[in-house]
Design a protein around this ligand. Structure first.
Ligand SMILES: [Zn+2]
Length: 255
């Protein structure tokens, strides 16, 4: 039986028909892999698997993810991030260099106190080390708490507004999460979409109504890519209960 691999058109365009077909027939498909999104093992003979092509400035790396975690896609990264991704895909934990992580951002509506709020859920693809350190720990949540995000014990209340931060929506698409500039000038991008992220009409309507977006952040491995909003909510509840979730309400920038 051929492996259950998804090769999207954009991935096919990059790797070529020949390599795409070799993957699809199983000739060059992996026997097993660690999902590039949730980091748990996967097997393309047992479950649908997405090919994810990371493209740096000079090199590219083909990785695999559970189809429920990520759709097959091309992800453009810096050469530095790519080297980090290669290291983490290869499972090289002996290297003391901190990994460069990519931030995964998912949009969804979250029900709090009987009302739907537009939310962004941010989860890195690897542990985030404090800049300038070489520890292997994950400082993602402590770093955000230092910026004013608050730990969320449960999703019973809307988190407070974090002034200075904002979410940039333009033409109904999500472009960036902005944070205050360290030098006091214009806000700078904390996260910027490689391609503007399409949001649903419901999400856009809720964002327009509330004029703010709730941003939830969790360390790598906490949420995963959830295909449905009820599953996203369950994952958020689990992360909150486990003390692995911080949040803030960010005002909208743009329209
Ligand atoms: Zn996965």
């Amino acid at each position: 039986m051929p492996p259950m691999l998804d090769v999207s058109d954009e991935v096919r365009a990059e790797i070529g028909d020949e390599e795409a077909d070799r993957l699809l027939t199983g000739e060059s498909a992996p026997g097993g892999y660690d999902c590039t999104s949730c980091r748990t093992p996967g097997d393309p003979r047992q479950e649908r698997t997405s090919t994810v092509l990371f493209i740096g400035d000079e090199t590219a790396v083909l990785a695999f993810a559970h189809a429920t975690c990520l759709p097959s896609q091309v992800v453009k990264v810096t050469e530095e991030q790519l080297q980090g991704a290669v290291k983490s895909i290869a499972g090289d934990t002996a290297d003391p260099e901190p990994q460069q992580a990519v931030l995964g951002v998912t949009s969804g509506l979250v029900l709090i106190s009987g009302e739907l709020h537009p939310a962004l859920v941010v989860e890195p693809t690897a542990p985030i080390a404090r800049p300038g350190t070489t520890t292997t720990g994950d400082d993602f949540l402590p770093l955000l708490v230092e910026q004013g995000f608050l730990p969320v014990p449960d999703l019973s209340a809307v988190p407070p507004v974090l002034h200075g931060w904002s979410v940039l929506l333009a033409m109904g698409q999500l472009h960036a999460v902005l944070q205050p500039s360290p030098s006091g000038g214009r806000p700078v991008a904390w996260w910027q979409a490689h391609h503007p992220l399409q949001v649903t009409d419901g999400w856009r309507a809720a964002a327009g109504k509330h004029q703010q977006v709730l941003m939830f952040a969790a360390p790598v491995g906490s949420i995963g890519r959830q295909p449905r909003e009820d599953l996203l909510r369950e994952a958020l509840d689990r992360a909150a209960a486990g003390g692995r979730l911080v949040a803030a309400a960010l005002p909208l920038a743009g329209t």
